[in-house]
Design a binder for this molecule. Structure first.
Ligand code: ATP
Length: 352
């Protein structure tokens, strides 16, 4: 396994800047996600690492060595294509050994490698069975073992589980993370599912229009996004963003939320409040400010999404359990200033 670095890498297709001055360092053994909307340049980053595209500018390093002029075959980076389903006519063991057989690896090495991987993933006892005799979870583990049985310096995956149904996707990502950690391989993973990226990555890069906007652990990026753009990409429901006006206090959401000025950094033009940080209480006329109205209540079992209307916009609050909140009732909104996010006119995060 090896680390992978970009140093100011740019790749153009005609006039399109697919990757623009990208720099990052992926550590050996790291599970690293590239996350961003369609056409933001994620797949081009993988192709540049594989050597299927060459950068116009900048340098790519694998294991600390420049590889701009190294052929794809000699980079020893493996691409896993969108296929985590097993061949039904082969046993689990035949499935796992398939990528090695295909590459004409000597039989002795195949046997040793399959044994080692199977032992690490606790699937040795399943190898003689056909996929039809395995449980769903066992099948996924075997499929991941097949995907990761080779021993390249790093694996690349481009949305490998997007074709699976929602429940299987959730199970598979848990297994994949666990197995990647057990095998200790460097894994670069592209997804446009924010929940998947957050749940699976050790660290992630947020991409927009070919540029890397932020790199960090999912929690770091969620808690301290560098911009409104990044803040809205992570989290569901999305962060509430409200225009804010400085008076005696910071007034946001048409005067329904106010924060003391000492808690507000200079230049704050927008207030960002995550749904789980938006507090809703019954309105009482003794309070200063203005009430908002409960617009919709969505009970989802363990928690409830409440949409409130400030008059100017609709905000979402995520509340535990099934709170007693009546439709169309007047409510007071608030937010702990320590959990508030502030953005300037340009959309960059500002802090005290
Ligand atoms: N071979 C190519 N020729 C011309 N333009 C390309 C080529 N490959 C990518 N592009 C352009 O480069 C930009 C980045 O594309 P890329 O496929 O890397 O984005 P992506 O984030 O992986 O998108 P998606 O999530 O839809 O797969 C896009 O504008 C795309 O149209």
């Amino acid at each position: 396994m090896a680390g992978i670095s970009f140093r100011n890498v740019t790749k153009r297709f005609g006039k399109t800047l697919a990757v623009n001055n990208a720099s990052f360092d992926i550590q050996p053994g790291e599970f690293f996600c590239f996350f961003g909307p369609p056409l933001s340049g994620k797949s081009t980053v993988l192709k540049l690492i594989l050597g299927l595209e060459t950068p116009d500018e900048g340098e790519i390093l694998i294991g600390g060595k420049p590889v701009n002029r190294v052929s794809p075959a000699d980079r020893n980076v493996a691409m896993v294509f969108q296929n985590l389903a097993l061949f039904p006519h082969m046993t689990a063991g035949e499935n796992v050994r398939f990528p090695l057989v295909e590459r004409k690896v000597p039989e002795e090495k195949i046997r040793a490698r399959v044994e080692a991987v199977a032992a690490k993933l606790h699937i040795s006892h399943l190898l003689h069975k056909p996929p039809a005799q395995l449980s769903g979870g066992e099948r996924q583990r075997v499929a991941i073992a097949r995907a990761l049985v080779r021993d390249p310096v790093a694996y690349l995956m481009d949305d490998p589980i997007s074709a699976l149904d929602a429940r299987l996707r959730e199970e598979t990502r848990v297994e994949l993370k666990r197995i990647q950690r057990d095998l200790g391989q460097t894994l670069l993973y592209v997804t446009h599912d924010q929940e998947e990226a957050m749940s699976i990555a050790d660290r992630m890069a947020i991409m927009e229009e070919g540029e890397i906007r932020q790199i960090g652990s999912p929690t770091e990026i969620y808690d301290t996004p560098v911009s409104r753009y990044v803040a809205r990409l992570l989290g569901a429901p999305m962060m509430n963003i409200l225009p804010a006006v400085r008076g005696e206090a910071l007034e946001a959401g048409d005067g329904t939320i106010s924060l003391p000025l000492e808690a507000v950094p200079h230049g704050a033009a927008h207030l960002g409040v995550r749904p789980e940080d938006l507090k809703i209480e019954p309105w009482n006329d003794a309070r200063p400010g203005r009430p908002a109205t409960v617009y919709e209540v969505e009970p989802l079992g363990g928690y409830t999404v409440v949409t409130v209307d400030t008059g100017a916009e609709k905000l979402k609050a995520l509340m535990r359990g099934q709170p007693d909140i009546r439709l169309d009732s007047a409510v007071a909104l608030s937010c702990n200033p320590a959990r508030a996010h502030f953005f300037n006119q340009a959309g960059e995060a500002v802090s005290l």
